[in-house]
Design a protein around this ligand. Structure first.
Ligand code: KG4
Ligand code: ZN
Length: 371
């Protein structure tokens, strides 16, 4: 079975063709994976501008889908289903992929499979590393989310359940990277830039604070829809994240140093590198502390880290060292599958399709969506 997948949740227009491999241990074969990134366009504005993003998706989607089909050496009639990202994401962006995918499914008379964007990120781990030993603890860490999931088999090994066991109370880790980069005068998206500069800096140069969760999240239920499972779970502060205090600490430090410097107030490159490395140490240690604590607490048989921030070189190196220490198999995506792509949506779509999930053509985009 070949599935065509479409992903337009943020600022990447992506399409892919993914097939069943026939090997239950390594179930997905990626036949093509096309991503048109809008990063260059949004850089000028310092972040993603939603209206520009959805208009650009409209421009790019036909070419991206045609290219995915061409690269996979497929014709329309060979497709068995259409998978698409239903949410969460920017609603205008999602609507482009949803409308396009629905039209294709109607025209080709094939089933439509809705996919949760974060289930897609989790499936990227299976594309690259094969089925994860379950239960697994997976950290999904991106520009919009920092969530810890307990992934287990539901009805059978092919059908997974995702229970949220921890999340950020404020900024996502990728968002913190992007905001800190912006206040250091670095280009959007900031994650890759800080990652690169941090290699040249001293990660102990500045003592930024680690967030400690000393009380329950007072904002948790104030008009915020709780993801399924979070309210029901035994709430555990020690698996929650917070990055806004760290961001503010970096901001104060930068303001103080700029005021101390004569002339144009520009920080020297070596100082920017030190701040990048010091900030990154706090983020990476926090992410890994919580993830491996959750793995111990839930008796996980494997650990995964997915989403755009999983491309971070220090996070990857430190995660490998910790997993070795804890004798746990570690799953990381290859770099092209770490950031947003449609191959992961195709793989998650095939998994859902085999679990019997399809959607009617009345399907709509959901800016926030429980998994
Ligand atoms: O998963 P993704 O492509 O989109 C979302 O679903 O949000 O993640 C994008 C995020 C951005 O915040 C970007 O700065 C961050 O991933 N990112 C990184 C790195 N590469 C991308 N953060 C840290 N280090 C990196 N190497
Ligand atoms: Zn993403």
């Amino acid at each position: 079975m070949d599935i065509l997948a479409i992903e337009t949740s943020c600022d990447e227009t992506a399409a892919a063709v993914v097939s069943d491999s026939g090997n239950p241990a390594w179930p997905w074969t990626v036949r093509s994976n096309i991503v048109a990134s809008q990063a260059e366009i949004h850089r000028e504005w310092g972040g993603v501008v939603p209206e520009i993003a959805c208009r650009q998706h409209v421009r790019d989607i036909c070419g991206v889908v045609e290219r995915a089909l061409f690269d996979a050496d497929q014709v329309w009639s060979s497709l068995g289903a259409i998978a698409l990202t239903q949410g969460p994401g920017l609603v205008g962006s999602l609507l482009v992929g949803v409308a396009f995918g629905k039209s294709l499914a109607a025209a080709l008379d094939v089933p439509l499979v809705p996919v949760h964007h974060l289930a897609g990120h989790i499936e990227s781990l299976v594309i690259d590393g094969g089925q994860m030993p379950l239960p697994a603890v997976v950290l999904v860490v991106s520009g919009g989310h920092t969530n810890l999931y307990l992934v287990a088999s539901h009805n059978n090994d092919a059908d997974l359940s995702y229970q949220i066991i921890g999340r950020t109370r404020d900024d996502a880790a990728g968002e913190a990277y992007d905001k800190v980069a912006s206040l250091l005068g670095l280009a959007y998206p900031g994650g890759p830039v800080i990652d690169r500069l941090a290699h040249k800096g001293d990660d102990r140069a500045v003592r930024f604070p680690f967030a400690r969760m000393t009380h329950d999240d007072r904002n948790a239920s104030q008009g915020v829809t709780q993801p399924a499972g979070l309210a029901a779970m035994q709430r555990n502060r020690r698996l929650e994240f917070s990055f806004s205090g760290l961001k503010t600490a970096v901001k104060r430090h930068v303001q103080k140093r700029r005021a101390q410097i004569d002339g144009d107030g520009c920080l020297p490159d070596c100082e920017v590198a030190d701040i990048s490395a010091s900030f990154q140490r706090v983020v990476v240690d926090t992410l890994l502390d919580r993830t491996f604590r959750a793995a111990r607490q839930y008796g996980a048989k494997s650990v995964g880290i997915a989403g755009g921030v999983s491309a971070n070189s220090r996070l990857r190196t430190d995660a490998v060292a910790r997993a070795q220490r804890e004798a746990l198999p570690l799953f990381l995506p290859s770099l092209p599958l770490a950031t947003d792509n449609a191959a992961m949506i195709g793989a998650a779509g095939l998994r859902r399709f085999h679990a019997g999930v399809t959607a009617p053509l009345s399907l709509n985009a959901q800016a926030s969506l429980a998994m």
